[in-house]
Design a protein around this ligand. Structure first.
Ligand SMILES: Nc1ncnc2c1ncn2[C@@H]1O[C@H](COP(=O)(O)OP(=O)(O)O)[C@@H](O)[C@H]1O
Ligand SMILES: [Mg+2]
Length: 392
């Protein structure tokens, strides 16, 4: 089966120009032409095009307007123009155009240039797809490693909620019997005898204890339900593939949620000392940052032989958020420090490490326009430092 042709939208106010481009590209592309910018913008979901080619000078709106209107879409845009002002070219490229083509052009040159751009776009999309797959796979592998612990964390409160519900049901039976006894004897007695009876029944059925026990059962079950709900919430936060869109999010929440999720792994290996600001909003894809933090925490646990300490410190300035994860584990040999960000580099046995955690963490942090660095001393522990800009 042959590959489907790419969809290319052309916006130009000149019908002859539109026709000319259509003819040049018709063998290689599905060309859809628009005479007015507004027709184009109101026409369809702009994400469906593989490429948009727009004229710069048009009577109603210009090429800059198209760039501006499409800036939230990922579709690449090429601007073409007959005007030879270099400033316009610079402005368009700065506003996100991937190329700028001057008129007049020969059909061959134009076709060649567009096909070259389409090849480049396809390859870039393939790389992004592959990268997203890799990130998702590693995320699931990390989740797999955490799964047994997470299952235990859920199972434990569920266990005592079940026990509590049994006790609750027994308490209810006792209360019901008590009321039965009251009903059966109350009518035959005088007031004093009834008072005595009530007092005796209260003692026999340990009513005071039952009422207190009810309260304890409910409080404890509430706490268990909250723990399960929190774990499920953190899991969802981590596991769901969010759209690759940056939103303003509280990084402190992301840190705490990652810590909760990794807690089942950490609690047998280390005390955690958490030192964060109250809250700190940054432009980010939260579940990707959560993935980075979980990897750092799990790596820290793996580095600790018996029982140690993990410090998580987060600070922020007007423009920058800094996060440091420090462990007092085995540290990293100087000669392999360079390699730990390489894909598939691992010192762990098969099944324990994928060797992708640090490589993916670096990709994610750089995607967030940040930096990830390490300082470590063999035998003394490791600090991984992340710096992220608050806004892009
Ligand atoms: N906190 C740490 N302490 C010691 N070594 C570490 C630490 N973090 C990472 N490393 C080293 O970096 C390697 C790569 O880590 P990573 O990419 O997360 O892969 P994995 O954990 O699957 O091995 C680890 O195998 C380990 O040797
Ligand atoms: Mg790892």
């Amino acid at each position: 089966m042959s590959e489907p042709l790419p969809y290319v939208a052309i916006i130009d106010d000149s019908p002859s120009q539109l026709h000319c481009i259509e003819v040049i590209l018709e063998k290689n592309c599905n060309v859809i032409t628009f005479k007015h910018v507004d027709d184009f913008l109101s026409h369809e979901d702009l994400d469906t095009y593989d490429l948009i080619i727009t004229d710069y000078i048009m009577p109603d709106k210009n090429g800059m307007f198209v760039l501006e209107a499409c800036k939230n879409y990922k579709t690449p845009i090429i601007v073409m123009t007959g005007c030879d002002d270099l400033e316009v070219e610079k402005k368009c490229l700065l506003a996100g155009a991937i190329d700028f083509i001057r008129k007049p052009f020969s059909p061959e040159t134009f076709r060649h240039r567009i096909l070259l751009n389409l090849t480049f776009i396809e390859q870039k999309n393939q790389i992004i797809d592959a990268q997203e797959h890799l990130i998702a796979n590693e995320k699931m592998a990390a989740l797999g490693q955490l799964a047994a612990g997470v299952a235990h964390e859920v199972n434990n409160p569920m266990g005592y909620i079940k026990t509590n519900m049994n006790a609750f049901s027994k308490n209810l039976d006792k209360l019901a019997s008590c009321f039965n006894d009251i009903e059966e004897t109350l009518g035959y007695n005088d007031v004093d005898e009834n008072e005595m009876l009530l007092k005796r029944l209260k003692e026999v059925y340990k009513i005071q204890f039952l009422l207190e026990d009810f309260k304890e059962i409910i409080d404890e079950s509430d706490e268990g339900i909250k723990r399960v709900t929190d774990i499920v919430k953190d899991l969802k936060y981590y596991a769901y593939n969010q759209e690759d869109k940056f939103t303003s999010h509280d990084i402190v929440y992301v840190i705490k949620s990652a810590l909760n999720l990794a807690n089942s792994e950490i609690k047998h290996k280390a005390n955690v000392i958490l030192d964060t600001t109250e809250s700190c909003y940054i432009d980010c894809i939260p579940n990707q940052l959560s993935q980075v933090l979980i990897n750092l925490l799990v790596n820290a646990c793996h580095a600790i032989e018996n029982f140690g300490e993990i410090h998580i410190t987060q600070t922020c300035t007007d423009t920058l958020c800094k996060i440091e994860v420090t462990d007092n584990g085995c540290g990293i040999d100087l000669d392999i420090q360079e390699q730990i960000f390489n894909p598939f580099f691992t010192t762990k046995p098969i099944g324990k490490g994928t060797g992708l955690g640090m490589a993916i963490s670096k990709t994610i942090i750089e995607h967030h326009l940040g930096k990830i660095t390490l300082s470590s001393k063999k035998g003394a522990g490791t600090t991984i430092k992340i710096e992220l800009p608050l806004s892009h």
